[in-house]
Ligand binder design. Structure first.
Ligand code: FES
Ligand SMILES: [Fe+2]
Length: 332
């Protein structure tokens, strides 16, 4: 064996998260956490952002540093009408990043008439979440978020979603790869058998079905996925909305809902048992939960670009090819 080959067998050359920040729609915050006229700072997508809600209720997600002389708008800025005002010289910017007012200019700088001057991410509110579109080169959204009325606040056929969050020291690609890693379901999560998966890729969407049919996953780009679980004729749904904090750190966010069943019925018990199991709150289940048992793996693993796989492994490489499309400039 050559010296080079031996080196490859080791792990010193491996990185934990050798990925850029992907493009797509990402969770910013829950809509209810941002009142009209309020602004806050959010760390995500490898930088800090200002998130604000205008007086009419629109949400803006912008870069924090003022295009004038570089003040940090989050420290002392204020929402004024439909804009956020920089504390330093009171220039104002709207949710699309246009400079809307300079209180002491006789004439606006030409660039301010022409184009947005503060980087702003397109933002929408859906499922009770503020979601933003991020692309490293600022390209416009390439797809729309799907409608999922069952997760909308106040939906009258489904229960109010239960939420789950944890912070994980790895990239969101690694979290999502779990969905196609069927073998770990047996050995890490204690599934009785290794389920067969069938995977279907269609542009930014990826669908995973499991044999026996007790779960279906539908990924809508890197930052949103639904999991539909079936058990004893009952269906429960999970919405997963992970977002990178940095290249090596992610928020893993989930919410769960199911149809409203009369209290005390078997249906209501099965439905809430499915959710307990997914959240990892079932009593006496050591190997439950989406992340409790995955977490020590994710927090400590390295990424193998060229893993050695066996015939029983899931479609890991197909998943990686799917995910790679969200890395701007990566060849697929
Ligand atoms: S630095 Fe923001 S208004 Fe001057
Ligand atoms: Fe897992």
């Amino acid at each position: 064996m050559s010296v080079v080959e031996k080196y490859i067998l080791g792990s010193a050359h491996l990185e934990r998260c050798p990925f850029p920040i992907p493009y797509g729609w990402f969770f910013v915050d829950f809509g209810e956490n941002l009142e009209k006229g309020e602004h806050k700072m959010v760390n995500m997508l490898d930088q800090e952002w200002i998130v604000f809600r205008t007086e009419s209720g629109d949400v803006g997600v912008t870069d924090p540093f003022c295009p004038h002389l570089g003040a940090h708008i989050g420290h002392g800025g204020k929402v004024v009408g439909e804009s956020i005002r920089c504390p330093f010289h009171h220039w104002e910017y709207n949710s699309e990043g246009w400079c809307t007012k300079i209180p002491y200019a006789n004439k606006m700088p030409p660039v301010c008439e022409r184009e947005p001057v503060l980087r702003a991410l397109p933002a929408v509110e859906k499922y009770g979440l503020i979601m933003c579109w991020y692309h490293p080169r600022n390209l416009e959204p390439m797809w729309e978020l799907p409608d999922m009325p069952e997760f909308e606040p106040g939906n009258d056929t489904h229960v109010t979603p239960r939420r789950y969050h944890s912070e994980i020291n790895t990239a969101i690609q690694e979290l999502a790869e779990n969905g196609v890693d069927n073998a770990h379901l047996r050995f890490l999560h204690g599934a009785p058998e290794i389920p067969e998966l069938d995977v279907d890729v269609d542009g930014h969407e990826l669908k995973i079905g499991m044999d026996g049919g007790d779960m279906r996953v539908h990924q809508y780009g890197p930052g949103l996925a639904t999991f539909v679980m079936f058990k004893e004729g009952i269906t429960a749904k999970m919405l997963s909305f992970s977002v990178p904090i940095t290249k090596e750190q992610s928020h893993m966010n989930m919410m769960f809902t199911h149809e409203k069943y009369p209290e005390g019925t078997k249906e209501a018990m099965v439905a809430s048992a499915i959710v307990d199991h997914m959240i990892g709150e079932s009593e006496g289940e050591e190997s439950a939960g989406f992340d409790a048992v995955d977490m020590p793996i994710w927090n400590n693993k390295k990424y193998r670009q060229k893993p050695i796989l066996c015939d029983g492994d899931g479609p890991i490489l197909r998943f990686r090819k799917y995910f790679k499309q969200f890395y701007d400039g990566a060849e697929n």
